[in-house]
Design a binder for this molecule. Structure first.
Ligand code: TXA
Ligand code: MG
Length: 350
């Protein structure tokens, strides 16, 4: 299908473009679609062959499960079984939106989409193009982030084209993603809900709706680099230091001959810094989340071999940002197989 690649321009998003993309999904093709979090690489969730192409295209190990995107909370029962009341409550509150619920797999979902698991991750995206596509297609769209395995998620259609190019049949351009980090994944397969991956819906907002605290993954709290595999990683090595050490550390590395990219913390944006490239971190975590992956890509593009950054306070969206930065700074598996073998409760290798 690569010969039929057609990129659909943002200005030209219309019913015809959506219908064409829905037809591509029905024919077993791959559609890159905008969501409010990041761009996804979508296939018909019920078509095991199309789903296999998603894994091949990303270079992702087949045991890493995909998220199935559906049109609305009322479809939950079509795709999952034994949905607990707490999960329905969260779905009603946060869908459409950046929340993914892991539930018991419904029969409609092939094991290929869940990496062989008896659970399925479901989400209703909050983006007009994604919603229009889901409505026109009618089924579920299995879609991981539209990047090669282990690298930075795309937040613009250009990122997708640069990374996946002709391997995708259609790229729907919905503009830059508004949230910028992936969805929050909540495990709702047992009575005790827990956060598997912090993301666009904050822990505080989830807890306010549930009325009780939620467990968060250890990886989001661990500070020591070297204890978890790297995902969401740019080419440049990422080193995390305290905010007030960023400038000195960057200048030291630059003097040692590195091409240093700096994530300059908000309190230091007026401080001059001797480095190869500087990204000024916005004071608002919403803006930071929106820019995070773009910054990482940009510093790569500018030829940086080392990125010096610090993690924000781990509250609100800061929890997801800190999690992604720590993962970007983590050790890099040599092969997808090595990544697959690494124990990773969060399983956000993607
Ligand atoms: O915001 C998002 O979630 C984006 C957009 C495109 O929706 N998608 C995304 O997909 O980030 P992906 O494949 O890059 O990450 C999905 C994560 C993976 O870490 C995967 O392991 C986890 O969801 N996941 C999927 N199904 C699961 C399951 N049944 N149990 C536990 N984790 C699951
Ligand atoms: Mg991913």
């Amino acid at each position: 299908m690569t010969a039929t690649t057609s990129d659909i321009d943002k200005a030209a998003i219309d019913e015809a473009a959506i219908d064409e993309a829905a037809g591509v999904l029905r024919a077993g093709g791959l559609v890159a679609l905008p969501t409010e979090t990041v761009y996804g690489l979508g296939a018909n969730a019920e078509d095991a062959t199309a789903v296999a192409r998603v894994f091949e295209t990303k270079g992702r190990p087949p045991t890493h499960p995909l998220i199935v995107h559906i049109g609305g909370a009322e479809q939950l029962g079509d795709w999952a079984e034994d949905v607990p009341a707490s999960a329905r409550l969260l779905a009603e509150h946060f869908w459409p939106g950046p929340l993914t619920l892991v539930l018991r797999r419904g029969r409609r979902v092939p094991l290929e989409a869940t990496g062989g698991l008896e659970t399925v991750a479901l989400r209703v995206p909050d983006h007009p193009v994604a919603r229009a596509l889901l409505a026109a297609f009618g089924g579920g769209i299995a879609a991981p982030s539209a990047n090669r395995f282990g690298s930075v998620s795309p937040t613009t259609a250009d990122h997708v084209r640069a990374e996946l190019g002709d391997a995708v049949d259609v790229v729907l351009d919905g503009g830059p993603c508004g949230v910028g980090v992936e969805s929050t994944i909540v495990d709702a397969t047992s009575d005790t809900l827990s956060i598997l991956r912090p993301g666009g819906v904050t822990r505080e907002d989830l807890e306010a709706v549930l009325g009780h605290p939620l467990a968060v993954p250890e990886t989001s709290r661990v500070r020591v680099p070297g204890q978890h595999p790297s995902h969401y990683a740019p080419r440049a090595r990422v080193v995390l230091v305290e905010p007030d050490e960023v400038v000195a550390e960057a200048e030291r590395a630059q003097r040692l001959g590195h091409r240093v990219g700096v994530f300059l913390p908000p309190a230091f944006t007026d401080t001059p810094v001797e480095a190869h490239a500087v990204a000024a971190v916005p004071a608002s975590t919403a803006a930071y989340a929106r820019e995070l992956y773009g910054f990482l890509r940009e510093l790569d593009q500018r030829g940086c071999d080392l990125i010096i950054a610090s993690v924000p306070a781990e509250e609100g969206l800061g929890l997801a940002i800190a999690n992604r930065l720590r993962r970007a700074a983590g050790p890099r598996p040599a092969t997808p197989e090595a990544a697959d073998a690494a124990p990773d409760r969060e399983t956000s290798a993607s």
